[in-house]
Design a protein around this ligand. Structure first.
Ligand SMILES: *[C@@H]1O[C@H](CO)[C@@H](O)[C@H](O)[C@H]1NC(C)=O
Ligand SMILES: *[C@@H]1O[C@H](CO)[C@@H](O)[C@H](O)[C@H]1NC(C)=O
Ligand SMILES: *[C@@H]1O[C@H](CO)[C@@H](O)[C@H](O)[C@H]1NC(C)=O
Length: 575
């Protein structure tokens, strides 16, 4: 390390009033009173130099070698060089702007000797489609001589983006005096990193309760900060249909809570662009044939017959699992015509999607069984007859989707349900078309059995990763440790997992707090799949929670501040 800079740091920082931090056992940053041999003027600066993964979240999976020495950055002299081709150049330009925004959020006033930061971004591929099979790995190298040079290399722009996110987590503010502060980073470092799972998702549900575009953007910011890459948008349900369909305006005219509580195609596309720059793709879900109702009422008046049955029917307990009731009418051919138009709208929103979510959960047989229009055409009323009916609905829906996509053979996702029972899933759902999203408890064998049958899986462990639990019925709350420690199935067919923030009891007022920082705990499980537990992660996690707050995501508190200011001193205090 440059002796002169070190001297300046120590002498000037010594003059700052209040607490300082030292790194104990190269692991814990602990607050201490000003003393001649303290090391860091803030916990963030301490975290930059303390511990094998510093404050990186999620922890890298490859080789990590980071210096303990710090270098002051002259942020007025920041240079970003892009070494890429075609669309990748523009993409990396936008990612660079985002990175600069992050750095500029730290207000600094640095007029002492500091070094130029030069960042070189190298992407091998020019492709800017983020797909399930996209290689998101990257390597980052920081070297310092008369300038600080950070080189980020990736096979795709998405890997390079993750590398910039990592670099942003290795830059923090260094307070020199009340008036003066600079940005600071590591003098040297090398990181190789690649995600353990390809699919690292967060489900949001904007049908039970509406969430504003700015709230959804904050979710995406949280995901970008934690290297999650799939926003699964459960955009419709029986309660409301807020998506404005270009081809069938009646859906949201009837189904939205209000004219304002809607998402226009432009809104959705804007969000998708916003997400892509942050390394996140949006997978839209049109849940069917259950979880419909609001928005599907207008069929008879339009001369199309009943598109849905049991819609808003009472007493609801006899016709559905959750009010208000409604299921599509599989006997009405017009249902498939409407679905085709809706699918066309969904495809227009994202013509390059390699996945679409068709829902497919919680068909409530007593609804169909109470509808003469349906039972009259069934040969019998056994459970098997209803499952066959459901499967034939699914096949017809699939045919429509494939037609709209010119037989592109998009991967379709379905929730586990009666149809995915390992005893007969193979007769209902072809495994080359369907990815199954499991939502059973951790101890359930279903994911293993489906994997053995050759299905690809996305795992949403119900009793760990349902972030809505803990506020209704007897469901318990899963704290960040439970979320973190949820080891999911490993294997080639396991694409990854999703944490789910179902929307019954959340809206703009509380959804960010309830989702964050717990979703970030799942993010590290999915990116790093660490063999260690939350205990080894907590120092970094507490800092990451502060990072989320700093970036505008109202992440809830997970520990009294004293514990995060005195790492390692609250062991086993909170479960
Ligand atoms: C300062 O360093 C000395 C010796 O290196 C050590 O004994 C002392 O505990 C340190 N003080 C603090 C506050 O860590
Ligand atoms: C929309 O619903 C109304 C009934 O309110 C119906 O008359 C009309 O035909 C529907 N529009 C379309 C395009 O289906
Ligand atoms: C459907 O309703 C009929 C008449 O109530 C009943 O006998 C039959 O068991 C029901 N089928 C199912 C699968 O519940």
């Amino acid at each position: 390390m440059n002796i002169k800079v070190k001297l300046i740091l120590l002498i000037l920082a010594y003059n700052v009033d209040g607490w300082v931090w030292q790194c104990e056992q190269n692991n814990n940053c602990v607050r201490t009173e000003k003393s001649p041999n303290y090391t860091y003027p803030s916990i963030n600066t301490c975290r930059l130099a303390c511990g094998s993964f510093r404050s990186l979240w999620p922890q890298p999976t490859g080789k990590v070698a980071l210096s303990q020495e710090l270098e002051l950055i002259d942020i007025r002299d920041l240079q970003i060089v892009i070494n890429a081709q075609g669309d990748a150049v523009q993409y990396l330009d936008k990612v660079s702007d985002y990175f600069k925004e992050l750095l500029n959020m730290e207000k600094t006033n640095c007029d002492i000797e500091a070094k130029k930061l030069k960042i070189v971004l190298i992407s091998t591929s020019s492709d800017v489609n983020l797909l399930w099979k996209t290689d998101e790995s990257y390597s980052l190298k920081i070297e310092t001589d008369n300038e600080i040079k950070a080189t980020i290399t990736g096979p795709t722009v998405f890997g390079v983006r993750h590398g910039l996110e990592t670099l942003s987590q290795l830059v923090t503010k260094y307070k020199i005096s009340e008036q003066k502060s600079c940005l600071v980073t590591l003098k040297n470092g090398k990181i190789n990193d690649t995600p353990a799972y390809a699919h690292r998702g967060l489900l949001i549900d904007t049908a039970r309760n509406y969430q504003s575009l700015s709230t959804i953007k904050r979710h995406i910011d949280g995901m970008a900060s934690s290297k999650m890459n799939v926003l699964h948008w459960h955009i419709t349900d029986s309660q409301s249909f807020p998506l404005v369909s270009t081809r069938i305006p009646n859906m949201s005219n009837y189904g939205a809570y209000s004219e304002k509580q809607t998402y226009s195609p432009e809104d959705v596309k804007d969000l998708m662009d916003y997400a892509l720059i942050r390394g996140v793709r949006v997978i839209l879900e049109l849940d069917a044939p259950a979880h419909v109702g609001s928005g599907w009422e207008w069929g008879p008046e339009a001369g199309l017959g009943n598109l849905g049955v049991c819609i808003h029917q009472q007493p609801w307990r006899s016709y559905c699992i959750q009010p208000p009731c409604g299921q599509l009418n599989p006997m009405n051919p017009n249902v498939y015509k409407v679905l085709e138009l809706l699918y066309q709208d969904f495809v227009d929103l994202n013509p390059n999607a390699d996945m679409f979510h068709m829902g497919g959960d919680e068909v409530f047989i007593p609804c169909w069984n109470s509808t003469n229009e349906i039972t009259d055409s069934l040969k019998d009323r056994s459970e098997k007859a209803f499952l066959d009916l459901w499967a034939s609905f699914q096949q017809k829906a699939l045919d429509k989707y494939d037609k709209v996509r010119n037989n592109h053979k998009t991967n379709l996702i379905l929730w586990t349900s009666h149809l995915t029972n390992p005893a007969y899933i193979e007769s209902y759902l072809p495994k080359d078309r369907y990815i199954i999203q499991t939502w059973v408890p951790q101890e359930d064998e279903l994911p293993k059995e489906l994997l053995k049958l050759g299905y690809k899986l996305i795992i949403s462990t119900k009793n760990k990763w349902y972030l809505d639990h803990g506020f209704w019925g007897t469901t318990p709350y899963y704290n960040w440790r439970a979320v973190y420690n949820n080891i999911i199935l490993r294997g080639e067919g396991v694409l990854g997992g999703e944490v789910c923030m179902w929307g019954e009891l959340v809206d703009n007022q509380n959804v960010l707090q309830r989702t964050w920082p717990r979703a970030a705990a799942a993010a590290e499980r999915l990116w790093s799949d660490p063999s260690t537990t939350s205990e080894q992660a907590e120092n970094r996690f507490f800092t990451h929670r502060d990072r989320l707050l700093f970036r505008g995501i109202n992440a809830e508190a997970v520990v009294p501040k004293w514990c995060s200011q005195n790492e390692g001193k609250c062991n086993s205090y909170l479960p």
